[in-house]
Design a protein around this ligand. Structure first.
Ligand code: MG
Ligand code: MG
Length: 249
């Protein structure tokens, strides 16, 4: 069942969204070559708790940390570790969620650590741009396929692939609610967007093929061909006239 959120629920999700956006921002503020993924995770955890919220990912489906920190060919669900040291030129994705009064937020940002020695700026800008294009399609009367198609039609001409096995989702009293929000789709198809629907939109791009595989830790999802990947995510509400990005500062 797709659930629509009341205005007061959306205001609480905005608070959860502000908190997670500040957690991700503070982690990136100190991110530099030589730091470990666990140190970044610790920052997200303390920022979320300091503001009276709960980490949404910790313990969910058994995930052992506050943030997913994924590097280069790792697309999503990287487990933070004291042994994982970030190197100059890495693409680092921090994906994180917070809970306020039982309501969730979900947010991901990718950045280059240090200098762009591996020429990753284009995949990062394209991923971010595709999320912006998708958000512009969020308004009552549009359909889910319009959102998916906005991502796909922005990304394809730039020569990148889109991950198919992991998609965006509805969000509210659970992290993952229906509907699924694929990053590939046809315009004017799928469910109609209505005020109160809140979606986590999250394009995942690769510089090679779209196929993925899971590492032995049973969490980290990587590109099958080892190519670079990038991921951005916002939690966005459908309003009476358009969109409202909840995961921002
Ligand atoms: Mg996420
Ligand atoms: Mg998500």
């Amino acid at each position: 069942m797709i659930s629509l959120k009341s205005n007061s629920e959306i205001e609480i999700m905005r608070e959860a969204g502000f908190i997670v956006a500040s957690a991700v921002m503070e982690a990136f503020d100190v991110m530099e070559p030589g730091i470990t993924t666990k140190e970044l995770d610790n920052i997200t955890c303390s920022v979320i708790k300091k503001q009276g919220a709960k980490p949404a990912f910790l313990g969910l489906y058994g995930f052992p940390a506050t943030a997913c920190v994924s590097i280069n060919n790792e697309i999503v669900h990287g487990i933070p570790s004291d042994d994982r040291i970030i190197k100059n030129g890495d693409i680092v994705t921090i994906d994180c969620g917070a809970i306020v009064d039982g309501l969730y937020s979900d947010h991901a940002v990718s950045k280059i650590a240090g200098e762009d020695i591996n020429n990753n700026r284009t995949i990062i800008e394209t991923t971010k741009g595709s999320l912006n294009q998708a958000i512009k399609e969020i308004k009552p009367g549009n359909r889910l396929g319009d959102v998916s198609n906005a991502v796909e039609s922005y990304v394809r001409p730039k020569g990148f692939e889109l991950v198919r096995e992991y998609v965006g989702h509805g969000i509210g009293r659970q992290l993952h609610e229906p509907p699924q929000v694929p990053n590939i789709g046809s315009p004017s198809t799928g469910i109609e967007l209505r005020p109160g629907l809140v979606l986590a939109i999250e394009p995942m791009l690769t510089a090679g093929g779209w196929e993925t595989e899971k590492l032995d830790d049973d969490w980290t999802v990587v590109t099958k061909d080892g190519s670079m990947s990038c991921h951005f995510e916002h939690t966005v509400a459908v309003t009476d006239i358009g969109f409202d990005i909840l995961t921002k500062i």
